[in-house]
Design a protein around this ligand. Structure first.
Ligand SMILES: Cc1cc2nc3c(=O)[nH]c(=O)nc-3n(C[C@H](O)[C@H](O)[C@H](O)COP(=O)(O)OP(=O)(O)OC[C@H]3O[C@@H](n4cnc5c(N)ncnc54)[C@H](O)[C@@H]3O)c2cc1C
Length: 387
């Protein structure tokens, strides 16, 4: 809990933000930076700490420890913002009222930033005979599994699109190559990457080509336009959509992504995700916005895009509170970092504009860009958590 304005100055607009991930943190930070105590924001999240998506890979491959990448929400000190750790159980987008385990909250403006959930059960056998590395629990649990892995056939497989951070499965295959080499067990091992798309990162042909060249150079098997339908745990084989079978000793899956059930139940979704105006992030309900992975705005599901969308909503809310209107529109731009293994990182800047083919150019990979990526993470933590 944080400080609040004297009641005499209580702001007229109460903003309730659901989800303290990339989008929710960026939005509340901008509002707090602009208005200080003269804003009335409630930020609700079920978790007690924020963890970057890329930190999951760092922990899993033993490059850092879990405690170093958890950023507790208890450290949030923002005048005018109240953080509530609770689970959102129901959303009424007409009344702009939400039910949580800690009671109801009513809003003048509601922002849904609840991200994407995972459905491992959509891949039969995954829970019983495989692993997923997209949740904090899954990735952190794999740290010991990888440290003790004696070598063998590793499969990295994506169940379906859309999925968070399109480069992450390719990064995982390359980091696995480095990990096995460093442990001296690469020769007796195989790595296969199974993805539902024809290229590793379709919006950036440059990045895709660089990744395909790295896969070829390091002997990583590439299975495009393919999905794993099920795992046969007894035979330790992954069965692909066309009946092909790949044997595995370690299966690392990206499960099917779904909108959180509370968002579905609220009737906010169409074809699985929340439709929004791609320029303003407004839903069809007045004063209800949605940002980030929970939307079908047309950008990939990645933190940088959630952040860019949050910035637009923040500007619109700042203008509204000041009794003005904001001309700011979302430009669909974002920078993604790509781990290439061997401590090298590349950078791709991609722009997604409504009605136009996405475009993106690649820089690197290089050791210098690894430092760039570290700065990307630490600058966010400093801004969001004030450290
Ligand atoms: C392995 C991996 C690597 C990644 N690497 C990168 C990268 O390098 N760069 C990048 O930009 N992105 C990366 N991402 C993607 C990035 O993590 C997400 O796209 C980003 O976090 C989305 O932001 P968001 O605000 O939409 O949702 P999230 O950050 O997922 O936040 C949603 C929040 O809502 C909360 N929530 C959900 N349901 C409820 C509920 N019912 N009640 C209360 N709270 C709830 C959750 O606890 C969560 O904190 C990576 C992801 C993974 C898995």
């Amino acid at each position: 809990m944080t400080g609040r304005a004297n009641d005499a100055y209580r702001p007229a607009v109460r903003i309730v933000v659901l989800g303290a991930g990339f989008g929710g943190l960026e939005l509340t930070t901008t509002l707090a930076d602009t208005f200080g105590a003269d804003v009335d924001v409630v930020l609700i999240d079920q978790n007690d700490a924020f963890v970057f998506g890329f930190s999951k890979l760092d922990v899993m491959f033993g490059r850092t420890v879990p405690d170093a990448v958890r950023h507790p929400y208890g450290d949030l000190v923002k005048a005018g913002t109240t953080f509530v750790q609770s689970t959102v159980r129901a959303i009424d987008p007409v009344a702009k009222r939400v039910e949580t385990d800690d009671g109801p909250f009513e809003a003048d403006v509601l922002v849904v930033a609840l991200g994407a959930d995972l459905d491992p059960s959509a891949t039969p056998g995954l829970v019983e005979a495989g692993n997923e590395f997209y949740t904090v629990a899954g990735a952190f649990g794999l740290r010991d599994v990888l440290a003790g892995f004696p070598g063998g056939h590793v499969i990295v497989a994506v169940r379906s699109a859309p999925f968070k951070c399109p480069p992450a499965p390719s990064e995982t295959a390359l980091l696995m190559d480095t990990h096995l080499r460093e442990r001296g067990i690469r020769d007796g091992s195989e790595i296969s990457l199974v993805m539902p798309m024809g290229a590793p990162i379709p919006p950036s042909p440059d990045a895709s080509q660089a990744l395909l060249a790295a896969f070829a150079a390091r002997g990583i098997g590439w299975y495009p336009d393919s999905t794993v339908q099920r795992l046969d745990g007894a035979r330790r084989v992954a069965v692909l959509h066309d009946g092909r079978e790949l044997p595995y000793d370690l299966f690392l899956g990206v499960p099917q992504h779904v909108a959180p059930a509370v968002v579905e139940d609220a009737g906010l979704t169409v074809d699985g995700w929340i439709p929004v105006d791609p320029l303003t992030l407004e839903t069809k309900y007045p004063d209800v916005y949605a940002i980030g992975d929970v939307t079908s705005v047309g950008t990939p599901k990645a933190g940088v895009f959630a952040e860019g969308q949050a910035a637009v909503v923040a500007e619109r809310l700042v203008a509204r509170i000041r009794g003005e209107t904001s001309p700011t529109q979302y430009d669909g731009r974002g920078i993604c970092y790509l781990e290439f293994g061997r401590d090298e990182v590349a950078k791709v800047e991609v722009t997604f504009l409504s009605g136009e083919a996405p475009r993106g150019a690649l820089e690197g990979p290089s050791l210098a860009l690894a430092a760039d990526k570290r700065e990307f993470g630490s600058s966010r933590i400093e801004r969001w958590f004030g450290r």
